[in-house]
Design a protein around this ligand. Structure first.
Ligand SMILES: *Cc1c(COP(=O)(O)O)cnc(C)c1O
Length: 358
């Protein structure tokens, strides 16, 4: 059986070797039981969570003064957990709006504090990140929140904003796709289902000194402190998803770590953007200096051809290329587990489709 190339934005492609390992261990992960059938407090499971954290600390070079948490509720739950835990008596938080996910984070934070949108890319149809010197930052904000990679709009920051307040990043769609300096951030969060594993588990990396003063009204399952005090075993975690994340971290390490992931991300995205830019038939809505290496939205000259494009792509084994329902067109998501051959096959198909329809 050959599997198709899967360009889904999320839940997304996983490394085939990881899926095979999951399959091989399904009936007997430990003592004749699957990982889903064991207590999360069993020795074997706890040991797995410790290895998982150690691997991630190694991959991202996470300093000891940061806690690594595995939580539930997706990145969307973090939109509320961030203000609940990080306001710490302050009433102001700054947000950068570069796309649909930033906007959702802003709307949720407005329930908890005085939110200032310090720069707003919706004014340019989210086609580039506004210049740094136009941002109106507040020095007394509790934190600045931004989305390093906008999964729907296809905008990615190429460097870390330099600011004077704690920096919070929603890295759901580009975590583990390049080396980062964790100390640049107060908090990093990411839903697993784009670049780390299955849906249902959410990673939070947070500076330990920031977790001790959640709002009084914070539900206990949403207080970072409760998770950091017990290795994220506060209540029953999504055990299967956690285990698959650990296998993915092992895979990333075996590939050469995040530096190797970055090289691959460069190669994949360059191939696709070159194909788009070298044609009059396809176009990218994003300015070249703000383009995402991970999520590539593009449109056909004539949107009446969209349905045919998608149907023919699927016949070639190129799946889930339909753009987000809010923006239309196409989107190819090129996560770590997407082989280069998948992008080559997509580009070959695009050129052939253009020849026949252009
Ligand atoms: C997918 C995504 C989310 C939402 O994740 P959920 O797990 O569905 O809550 C938030 N932010 C970004 C950047 C995403 O890509």
């Amino acid at each position: 059986m050959t599997r198709p190339f899967n360009f889904s934005a999320g839940p997304a492609v996983l490394p085939e070797s990881v899926l095979k390992q999951v399959q091989a261990e399904m009936l007997d992960w430990h003592q004749g039981m699957s990982v889903m059938e064991m207590s999360h407090r069993s020795k074997a499971f706890v040991a797995m969570t410790e290895q998982c954290e150690a691997l991630l600390r190694e991959l991202l070079n996470i300093p000891d003064d940061y806690a690594v948490l595995f939580m539930q509720g997706g990145a969307t739950a973090q939109f509320s957990m961030v203000p609940m835990n990080l306001l710490r008596g302050n009433t102001k938080a700054d947000y950068i709006n570069t796309g649909i996910w930033s906007k959702k984070a802003i709307q949720e934070a407005e329930r908890y504090c005085d939110v200032k949108v310090v720069t707003d890319a919706s004014k340019n149809q989210y086609n580039h990140i506004p210049e740094r010197d136009s941002w109106t930052l507040r020095d007394d904000a509790a934190y600045l929140h931004y989305t390093p990679n906008e999964t729907v709009n296809g905008i990615e920051f190429s460097d870390v904003p330099k600011v004077n307040v704690p920096l919070v990043a929603d890295m759901s769609s580009n975590i583990l796709s390049r080396p980062i300096n964790v100390s640049d951030y107060a908090l990093i969060y990411a839903g697993a289902q784009k670049n780390m594993g299955p849906s249902g588990i959410t990673l939070v990396i947070v500076r330990k000194d920031l977790v001790d003063a959640p709002l009084d009204s914070t539900p206990s399952t949403m207080a970072y402190k409760n998770f950091s005090d017990c290795g994220s075993l506060y209540n029953t975690p999504p055990t299967f998803a956690w285990y698959v994340c650990k296998l993915v971290f092992e895979w990333v390490k075996a590939q050469g770590g995040v530096a190797a992931m970055e090289q691959m991300a460069e190669k994949r995205s360059r191939l696709l953007y070159d194909t788009i830019d070298n044609s009059d038939f396809y176009s990218s809505p994003v300015h070249p200096n703000s383009r995402s290496r991970i999520n590539v939205p593009f449109s056909l000259k004539d949107s009446a051809l969209d349905k045919t494009f998608l149907a023919e792509a699927e016949k070639q084994g190129l799946h889930q290329l339909e753009g987000h329902r809010s923006v239309g067109g196409m989107r190819a998501s090129l996560y770590n587990a997407m082989p280069l051959e998948g992008v080559q096959a997509l580009c070959d198909f695009m050129r052939d489709f253009e020849r026949r329809n252009g």
